[in-house]
Design a binder for this molecule. Structure first.
Ligand code: ARG
Length: 417
């Protein structure tokens, strides 16, 4: 096409140049020549163009064929690829499925194992917790025990310091309404037990001090460290032996009924269901409970129990034979029974003092052997009787009336402690 354009342009240009010439024939000849030249040029160009077009057409068809072939190959390749991919996908899928199953199984196994492990751990933890708890409880208990022991030790030390006897003295604790063993002469506490304790004090090179308390406080006070010796006509019993240490006994004795002669009490059975007066904390009280199986009426001394008998408030009294004899001295109309029990008196000390106990025993045995014990027993029995007689004589006449007479006032004033 380009060639055609060039040929045309050349022909036209030539004719234009020639038309400017003066010689018309030659010009016309020349023009014809040019035109025919141009014509042939145009024709050859056209041929060439047609050739070129043909060639181009063939080329395009070839190209199209090649393209078609190529496209076919591409399509084949695409199918191949597609299949391969599909195959691969299927493989992968399968593999994934397998792997998933495996993983699932592994997961299930792992879950079970984990659950098992967790249960084990839980159990172990529970065991450990229990152990730790038990240990903690033990430790806490031990600490509490230690603290308690420490507090007790401090308290004991404080009590001991407060209770310690003055230097060079030893204290006897007693209950001084129990003639002839201990009773009051004026302000002074005297009697057989006082003589025994004075001899013990002397053997220890100490001065005796006397504490007078309720009878049921005698042993508790001794145990609390308020005195070193307890001597109060104290009967040795199994129960008391568990709380204190006893010396060798210094007398064999027992308990009796005190009764109005017109209402005699001779044996335990006579007292069944009757009102029986006793001193608080004594073996007489134990006897009423244990042998008679009933509650006694409690008094703070044998004398006040006897006063109740005289006032008709009790049917009989049970007391140790010696103080019983002492209280009925000069009381016509009253008597005592035979012994209901056999008992022994001893000096009591706080447990765990073998040296002190040995000294006390030596003193008592010495007094027995030398006849000193018999001597002081007779002496203080006589003095107690004399004191009772003197007291009786000093009383206004109406207080000495027999038991069935109405009692206007307490017959025996309580002993001042
Ligand atoms: N022997 C009796 C007892 O030990 C009575 C002693 C009473 N002594 C006294 N001092 N009140 O239980």
């Amino acid at each position: 096409m380009k060639k055609c354009m060039i040929a045309l342009t050349a022909a036209i240009s030539a004719s234009l140049i020639l038309s400017g010439c003066g010689d018309a024939d030659s010009a016309a000849q020349k023009t014809d020549g040019i035109i025919s030249g141009a014509k042939s040029a145009v024709e050859s160009v056209a041929d060439k163009a047609a050739e070129a077009a043909e060639a181009a057409k063939d080329g395009i068809a070839d190209a199209a064929e090649a393209a078609k072939e190529a496209a076919g190959a591409v399509a084949d390749k695409a199918v191949e690829v597609k299949d391969a991919v599909a195959e691969k996908v299927a493989e992968v899928k399968e593999a994934v499925a397998d792997k998933t199953e495996e993983a699932k199984e592994a997961a299930a196994e792992a879950k079970d194992a984990a659950a098992e492990k967790a249960a084990e751990v839980k159990e172990a933890a529970a065991e450990k917790a229990e152990e730790v708890k038990a240990e903690a409880v033990d430790a806490a208990a031990a600490v509490a025990d230690k603290a308690e022991a420490a507090v007790a030790a401090v308290a004991a030390a404080a009590t001991a310091a407060v209770n310690a006897p003055a230097a060079g003295t030893i204290r006897m604790i007693t209950e001084a309404t129990f003639p002839p063993y201990e009773f009051r002469q004026g302000k002074e506490v005297v009697g057989i037990d006082v003589e025994i304790c004075k001899a013990i004090a002397k053997a220890l090179g100490k001065e005796l001090k006397i504490e007078d308390v309720e009878f049921d406080s005698v042993l508790p006070s001794l145990i609390a460290g308020k005195a070193e010796l307890a001597a109060a006509g104290i009967t040795v019993t199994e129960d008391r032996k568990m709380q204190v240490d006893f010396s060798v006994p210094y007398v064999r004795t027992g308990i009796v009924f005190i009764f109005a002669k017109d209402k005699p009490f001779e044996k335990a059975d006579d007292a069944k269901g009757k009102k029986i007066g006793v001193q608080n904390g004594t073996t007489s009280a134990d006897f009423v409970r244990e042998t008679l199986g009933q509650e006694p009426d409690m008094f703070d001394s044998p004398a006040s129990a006897f006063a109740a008998l005289k006032a008709g408030k009790v049917d009989a009294v049970i007391a140790d034979i010696d103080p019983a004899k002492a209280v009925i001295k000069g009381q016509d109309g009253y008597d005592i029974s035979d012994l209901l029990t056999v008992e022994e008196y001893a000096v009591a000390i706080k447990k765990g003092q073998p040296e002190l106990l040995a000294t006390i025993n030596k003193v008592i045995e010495g007094m027995k052997d030398s006849g000193e014990l018999d001597k002081i027993t007779d002496e203080w029995t006589a003095k107690a009787d004399a004191a009772a007689a003197a007291e009786e004589a000093a009383k206004p006449a109406e207080e000495a009336k027999p038991a069935d007479a109405p009692a206007a006032a307490p017959v025996v004033a309580p002993v001042e402690k």
